[in-house]
Design a protein around this ligand. Structure first.
Ligand SMILES: C[S@@+](CC[C@H](N)C(=O)[O-])C[C@H]1O[C@@H](n2cnc3c(N)ncnc32)[C@H](O)[C@@H]1O
Length: 295
């Protein structure tokens, strides 16, 4: 069965359908006619990497117990991991200047000092680290105006006591999560990061920028499949941006229901620019073009 393959192996319509359905069932990504070319290409690559010469055998491998690792590799090859620091800046500014301010104020009144934010579909980490930076800066400024009678340890921590910030970041792509956990970025990744931010939150390591350990420790990375796994609970805010765009409508609905179930009442869901979930009125009320409030 194992050969050195030069020509692409023929992928029949029936095999394509089997594999398309498997991918859909596993992670919700739906490859319609416009995107089957991409799916075919990635399947050919994986078949070659596995040195196999039949897509049916490959399908059998993927659905076997021994094939779990290969299934992860295939999904990693199919996900689109495009991301950047401070992506959709106006939305993040609204989050920092208005939403966070409201949350901090409301929480302080209740003497509830903990905030939990979830970056669902975090890719290589730029989104959760951007959120961590925005939260640290917002909290420092809020604390300046609303100091609390607690001893401030030295050196001064990023999060002033008694506040507790938890940022959970998850993805289905292990390689992306590994890179996120490492938190090391090259100059082109840093385009949207200004120099004050670089000075405060990054160390220069060779020609790269590494997230400072104190900031990295605020983010907890975890593998999660939005379609099937148990999701992190009790979130004050969820960012799930440019993830559901690859799902079909029934999967979007299912994932929205699951997300709704792990949100606190009136908490907010931030989505990407080209995502629209206004049909799920029973779950979410629109608060801004890309911001939904849990009903
Ligand atoms: C285009 S990136 C978006 C990254 C980031 N949220 C942003 O907007 O910059 C989409 C991410 O969603 C992840 N993803 C796709 N399907 C997923 C699923 N079923 N469960 C969890 N993550 C998924 C992909 O691995 C990828 O890293």
């Amino acid at each position: 069965m194992s050969t050195t393959l030069t020509n692409p192996v023929q992928l029949t319509d029936a095999e394509l359908k089997l594999l398309q359905t498997l991918v859909y069932q596993e992670c919700g990504m739906y490859f319609d006619e416009r995107r089957t070319h991409f799916l075919r290409d990635r399947l050919q690559r994986r078949l070659k990497a596995c040195q196999m010469d039949s897509f049916y055998s490959y399908y059998r491998l993927l659905t076997s117990r021994e094939g779990k690792q290969e299934l992860s590799s295939l999904l990693e090859n199919l996900t689109v991991n495009e991301t950047s620091f401070f992506r959709i800046r106006p939305q993040l500014e609204l989050f920092q200047k208005v939403i966070l301010e409201q949350i901090l104020h409301r929480k302080q009144e209740r003497r509830d000092w903990s905030i939990r934010v979830w970056s669902a579909g975090c890719s290589t980490g730029q989104e959760p680290y951007s959120l961590a930076i925005l939260i640290c800066d917002a909290l420092a400024y809020y604390y300046l105006r609303n100091p609390l009678p607690f001893d401030m340890p030295t050196p001064k921590p990023l999060i002033p006591p008694p506040w507790k910030i938890e940022i959970v970041a998850s993805d289905i792509n292990y390689s992306a999560l590994l890179a996120a956990q490492q938190g090391t970025y090259t100059e082109p990744h840093m385009e949207a990061v200004d120099y004050t931010c670089r000075l405060r939150y990054f160390d220069k390591v060779g020609d790269k920028y590494a997230i400072k350990p104190a900031l990295r420790n605020l983010v907890q990375f975890d593998f999660h499949n939005l379609k099937t796994e148990f999701l992190p609970k009790h979130n004050d805010v969820i960012f799930c941006r440019n993830v559901m765009i690859y799902f079909d409508a029934p999967t979007q609905r299912k994932v929205l229901e699951r997300i709704h179930a792990v949100m606190k009442p009136k908490s907010l869901l931030f989505v990407g620019h080209s995502e629209n979930f206004t049909e799920s009125k029973d779950l979410f009320r629109l608060r801004g073009k890309t911001i939904y409030e849990r009903v």
